[in-house]
Design a protein around this ligand. Structure first.
Ligand code: PGA
Length: 261
């Protein structure tokens, strides 16, 4: 089987930061900093809060040469509509040209009680609406120290992929984010990150076959910065990064996208 080339995807997860004015300034600066060569080498997505999406979409579409940064969301519900106060349906995001939606970020799991089953329903609903899920997995520090990293990541990935076709799995993005590395300034060593991303790929191979495993893009997340991006991205099973804190600064995020320079 020939190995397909996986174009890296670097995604900025803004979390609950930047109102829609700040979001506009941020993406204008980013669009200015990123070059055609950058876009040829790396796919880029930004994931602002819901209230910013329309503003950012309008800006991306307004330029003569439409800006090749993909719009992403951080979360959605899995139902199409209904009495779900405060929730947003996948089709509402697709209507705003959202291309990627994060599903099962550890903050959603820990702070808002999202279960593996809900994350799986969300991943399927994101596909149904014509978007691509970024499925998150990762272990806590206690789990890592207890030697339970593999079991945790395996179970999250298996549960997240349930019911998805091999084609869907091959087209999706899985983000490995060790929880102890998120927002802490502690990054997994590139060897450790590579080992778990390789494990994720082997779980995909077992569940969805070799083609899906060769095609799926696996991101590393957890304190990715301009100074460590190149080393992480050099690992064979790391196909991108999910960046939190450093994505809030356009210069830092652009330098991460430009990791190969
Ligand atoms: P961080 O966040 O880069 O601030 O560690 C990563 C994430 O939560 O996606």
């Amino acid at each position: 089987m020939s190995t397909p080339t996986r174009k890296p995807l670097i995604s900025g997860n803004w979390k609950m930061h930047h109102n829609h004015f700040e979001a506009l300034q941020m993406v204008q600066k980013l669009a200015y900093l990123l070059t055609a060569e950058d876009h040829a080498a790396v796919d880029v997505s930004v994931h602002p809060p819901f209230t910013d999406l329309r503003t950012v979409q309008t800006y991306f579409m307004s330029e003569k040469e439409q800006i090749p940064i993909a719009l992403g969301a951080q979360h959605c519900h899995w139902e199409e509509k209904g009495a779900f106060t405060g929730e947003v349906a996948p089709a509402m995001l697709a209507k705003l040209d959202v291309a990627y939606v994060i599903a099962g970020h550890s903050e959603r799991r820990e702070l808002f009680g999202e279960t593996d089953e809900q994350v799986n329903r969300k991943a399927a609903a994101i596909y149904t609406a014509g978007m691509t899920p970024i499925l998150c997995c990762g272990e806590t520090l206690d789990e890592r120290e207890a030697g339970a990293t593999e079991a945790k990541v395996r179970s999250q990935v298996e549960a997240g992929l349930a019911g998805l076709s091999p084609e869907q799995v091959g087209g999706m993005v899985i983000a490995y984010e060790p929880i102890w590395a998120i927002g802490t300034g502690r990054t997994a060593s590139s060897d450790d990150a590579q080992a778990v991303c390789a494990l994720v790929r082997s779980v995909v191979a077992d569940r969805s076959g070799a083609d899906a495993a060769a095609a799926v893009r696996i991101q590393y997340g957890g304190s990715v910065k301009p100074t460590n991006a190149a080393e992480l991205m050099a690992q064979p099973d790391i196909d991108g990064a999910l960046v939190g804190g450093a994505s809030l600064d356009a210069d830092d995020f652009a330098r991460i996208v430009q990791y190969r320079l």
